[in-house]
Design a protein around this ligand. Structure first.
Ligand code: PEP
Ligand code: MN
Length: 342
C-alpha cells in the first residue's frame, strides 16, 4: 500500500501516522522527493482501513498494491483450483453443466426434469427449495419438503444436487446437499458466509445484483478464511439501466476473474437475461469468454412454471444448447463429462 502525503511539513502528524502503522505490525518505507513524500507500507495490509487513512488531513491519496483477498488470490495459488462434486470436476480445463427447474414444485416435476436434463447431457441437477422472491405473496418454494424431493431425484438419476440456502437456520438440512448455492441477494450475508466456511461442501457463490468483482471476491474470502476452499463463483448478471433484459450479463468478469483468482467461474445465462431465447447465445458467449461451466434453468412446461418460466428452456431446447456447447469446448481447450445421452 502506498500513501502519498499532502502536507509534508506536518512532521508531528506524519510521525504519528508512521507509528500507528508500525503498531499494526507493518514496516514503513519513507521516500522523500523534492515536492512529495510517499510512505510505502510493507507487510500484510489486509487489515488496514484504507478509508480511515484517506480521511486524514495530511493524506493526498492511498493506493493498494496488493489485493485485499488472500485465499482467493491467484498470486498465492497460481494453479486453477479444481473442485470435485461427486466425481464431476469444475476448473482446470473441466467444464460442467448444471440444469434443472428454477424451483422444486413437486416430486414428480423435479424427477421428470432431472431425467430430461440428464438425458440431454447435464451432469448436476439444480432446483430451488427455498426461493428468494421479491414479493412475499409469490411462491416461496417448498422448503424442507423440496429438499427431500431433490434428494429423491438424486437417488433416481445419480446426479449430484445444487440448491440455494437462504438462512443459517437451515444449515443442518443442507449438510448432505452436493453444492450449496448462495444466491445473489445473499452474497453479502456475512454471517451466512462465515457459517458456510465451516462446512465441508462446495459453495456456489453467485454475484450480487450490484456488486463489484472485488466485493464478490471478498465474499469468497469470507468462506475461505473459515477453512472451506471449495468455492465456485457464478456470474448471473448485474443490474444496469437496460430494461430489455432482466440483468446485464457481465461477460468481461470471466477473464478478469481468471486473472485475479484460481477459483472456477461459471455463468447463469437464465437469470442474466431473463429470456429463454437468449440462453443459447449467452451460454456460447460464456464458453468463449472462458467459463468453467453453466447453470441453466429447464422446465418440463415453462408456461406453467411457478417461478421464472420466461427464462426456462424446454428439455429439447436445452439439448440443443448442450450440443452447441460440445462443438465449442474443444476450441477453448475444455472437457466436459459425458452423461450417457438418451
Ligand atoms: C436461482 O438460481 O434460482 C436464483 C434465485 O438466482 P439469483 O440468486 O442469481 O437471482
Ligand atoms: Mn430462477
Amino acid at each position: 500500500m502506498i500513501i502519498v502525503i499532502k502536507d509534508q511539513k506536518n512532521e508531528k502528524q506524519i510521525e504519528s501516522l508512521k507509528n500507528w502503522i508500525k503498531g499494526l505490525g507493518l514496516d514503513v518505507h519513507m521516500s522523500r522527493g523534492e515536492n512529495s513524500l510517499i510512505m510505502g507500507l510493507i507487510g500484510d495490509t489486509s487489515k488496514v482501513d484504507i478509508d480511515l487513512i484517506r480521511s486524514l488531513d495530511i493524506v493526498e491519496s492511498v493506493q493498494r498494491i496488493q489485493e485485499p483477498y488472500k485465499n482467493a488470490n491467484r498470486k498465492f495459488h497460481p494453479e486453477d483450483s479444481i473442485i470435485d462434486v461427486g466425481g464431476h470436476k469444475f476448473g482446470g480445463g473441466h467444464f460442467q453443466i448444471i440444469a434443472g427447474p428454477c424451483s422444486v414444485e413437486s416430486r414428480e416435476q423435479v424427477i421428470e426434469v432431472a431425467k430430461a436434463v440428464k438425458a440431454a447431457g447435464a451432469t448436476i441437477l439444480r432446483g430451488g427449495a427455498f426461493k428468494p422472491r421479491t414479493s412475499p405473496y409469490s411462491f416461496q418454494g417448498l422448503g424442507l419438503e423440496g429438499l427431500e424431493y431433490l434428494k429423491e431425484a438424486r437417488k433416481e438419476t445419480g446426479m449430484p444436487i445444487c440448491t440455494e440456502i437462504m438462512s443459517e437456520r437451515h444449515i443442518d438440512a443442507f449438510l448432505d446437499i452436493d453444492i450449496i448455492q448462495v444466491g445473489a441477494r445473499n452474497m453479502q450475508n456475512f454471517e451466512l458466509l462465515k457459517r458456510l466456511g465451516k462446512v465441508d461442501k462446495p459453495i456456489l457463490l453467485k454475484r450480487g445484483l450490484a456488486n463489484t468483482i472485488e466485493e464478490w471476491l471478498m465474499s469468497a474470502e469470507y468462506i475461505m478464511s473459515e477453512g472451506n476452499m471449495n468455492v465456485i463463483l457464478c456470474e448471473r448478471g448485474i443490474r444496469t439501466f437496460e430494461p430489455y433484459t432482466r440483468n446485464t450479463l457481465d461477460l468481461s468478469a470471466i477473464p478478469i476473474l481468471k486473472e485475479k483468482t484460481h477459483l472456477p467461474v461459471i455463468v447463469d445465462p437464465s437469470h442474466a437475461s431473463g429470456l429463454s431465447r437468449l440462453v443459447r447465445p449467452m451460454s456460447l458467449a460464456a464458453v468463449g469468454a472462458g467459463a468453467d461451466g453453466l447453470i441453466i434453468e429447464v422446465h418440463n412446461d415453462p408456461s406453467k412454471a411457478l417461478c421464472d418460466g420466461a427464462q426456462s428452456l424446454k428439455p429439447e431446447q436445452f439439448k440443443e444448447v448442450v450440443d452447441n456447447i460440445d462443438v465449442m469446448l474443444p476450441i477453448v481447450g475444455k472437457k466436459r463429462d459425458k452423461q450417457e445421452r438418451v
